[in-house]
Design a protein around this ligand. Structure first.
Ligand code: BGP
Length: 471
């Protein structure tokens, strides 16, 4: 019997970013505002009336104007794939127009041409936390069924425009995060304390239908395309072997599995029907919705930063939060400077769990360490960052990826998050850096925006060159 010994020959190595976190040019060439332009403190922070000077995302790292130089650096590292998103509001500034903005379409044509000229496949997220602000203000975002039509119009436009250039597509970034960050993730302007569970899950339903519709339309327009869902993955461990803790884990995991279950199986799982019934959540679901949901994805993509731990014991729960999305502290794990518990083995667990559950190809589209970097000089006097901590993080995670591949998991690729420093999503700051490329921009907005290679740049270049043999 033949076993897998390492990364497959056609493995897609690369990096990932999102329009709203690095393009800048927030009001250039007809772009409309998005929910990001009014959250200067990040996805969990306060919402402002309009763009404010302290919002670092407005300028980002100016990828919009510097993309050619940046793509050159990606190519130098040997990227086979680059994940980014299309900013919906560059194409439809308000989101509900019928005719697209040509200047916005042209920008992505140019970017995709540039990537392809360097033999880098674009992997495109259709909606990455950047709902047009008008849709949020006027319709309350995805709570409103009309969003399905606006999204359909948008995806049809970009599929028709970029067919032949873009083969890999993701429908919604971290679609399950809407449960935790309804404004950033779902454009829902009703504040979380006033938002009913019914409206929240109605918004979820609309996104699930829109995602399946995009998959259907995408396959019709581009038969060769691979269209995937994208979920925030977080394996959940029990705090103790008490069966009550095991049930608490099962229930916590189902909050996430629900999203991939619908995308892969095309129907609502029984445990969610029960949850809705027991919580008096009566959703508006049409017969047509149920038909559309049957358009299932080609692959499952996910972000992985941390595992979490659950318990049924309320007193233990009070002792302290484990990670950004809840849970309790895992006493066996160290945390990053932002309190995210680092767990390379959790990545092997999550890869195996997804594979065993679905037998669908997987794609890791985000993983990395957000850390404070110090710009220093290398032996030749060139500015650099000696980011051994980042190399350790990525190397230990990729070692576990290799273990999962040896376990038999079918994995299409790996795009490390924020391969070039960008503005963070949760806290909207520059100082939380993930990149192989340092960008000279600070939390106060100062900096030249110059790019410098970190130590991890050469390390990752070598990893790609030897296809993960030497981590
Ligand atoms: C994911 C998002 C990304 C991203 C990353 C790191 O949740 O999809 O947009 O930024 O997390 O988070 P942060 O930027 O808050 O460190």
């Amino acid at each position: 019997m033949k076993t897998n010994t390492g990364f497959p020959a056609d493995f897609l190595w690369g990096g990932a970013a999102a329009a709203n976190q690095f393009e800048g040019a927030y009001n250039v060439d007809g772009k409309g505002l998005t929910v990001q332009d009014v959250t200067p403190k990040g996805g969990f922070g306060a919402i402002t009336d309009g763009p404010t000077p302290d919002n670092l995302k407005l300028e980002g790292i100016d990828f919009y104007h510097r993309y050619k130089d940046d793509v050159k650096l990606f190519a130098e590292m040997g990227f086979k794939v680059f994940r980014t998103s299309i900013a919906w509001s560059r194409i439809f500034p308000n989101g509900d127009e019928t005719e697209p903005n040509e200047a916005g379409l042209q920008f992505y044509d140019d970017l995709f041409d540039e990537l392809l000229a360097h033999n880098i496949e674009p992997l495109i997220t259709l909606s990455h936390y950047e709902t047009p602000l008008h849709l949020s203000k006027t319709y309350d975002g995805w709570v409103n069924r009309k969003m399905i039509n606006f999204y359909e119009n948008y995806v049809r436009t970009v599929f028709n425009r970029y067919k032949g250039k873009v083969k890999y597509w993701l429908t919604f970034n971290e679609i399950n995060s809407i449960l935790h960050a309804p404004f950033m993730s779902g454009g829902i302007s009703t504040s979380p304390d006033k938002l009913s569970q019914k409206d929240l899950y109605q918004a979820v339903h609309h996104e699930l239908v829109a995602s399946a519709l995009a998959t259907k339309i995408g396959h019709e327009i581009m038969p060769e395309a691979k269209i995937g869902c994208m979920v925030l993955a977080m394996p959940t461990y029990p705090l103790t072997s008490n069966p009550d803790d095991i049930i608490a884990v099962m229930e916590a995991e189902r909050k996430n599995y629900f999203f991939s279950d619908v995308h892969v199986r095309g129907t609502y799982p029984g445990y969610m029907k029960r949850y809705f019934a027991e919580n008096n959540i009566e959703l508006d679901v049409t017969a047509e919705d149920l038909e559309i949901l049957k358009n299932t994805v080609d692959f499952i993509s996910f972000s992985y930063y941390m595992s979490t731990t659950e318990t049924a014991d309320e007193s233990k729960r009070k002792e302290g939060a484990g990670n950004i999305l809840g849970g309790v502290q895992n006493p066996y794990l160290e945390a990053s400077e932002w309190g995210w518990q680092i767990d390379p083995k959790g990545l092997r667990v999550v890869l195996n769990d997804f594979w065993d559950r679905y037998q669908k190809p997987l794609f890791i589209v985000e993983n990395g360490l957000g850390a404070i970097d110090k710009l220093e000089e290398d032996a030749d006097g060139n500015p650099t960052v000696n980011d051994d901590y980042r190399i350790d993080y990525l190397s230990s995670h990729l070692s576990q990826v290799k273990e999962a591949i040896k376990d038999g998991v079918e994995l299409m690729g790996y795009t490390s998050w924020g391969c070039i420093d960008l503005v963070s999503a949760s806290t909207a700051e520059m100082k939380k850096r993930y990149g192989f490329i340092y960008v000279d921009r600070n939390n106060d907005g100062s900096g030249s925006l110059n790019r410098y290679k970190k130590k991890s740049f050469d390390w990752y270049k070598n990893v790609i060159a030897n296809n993960g043999e030497d981590l």
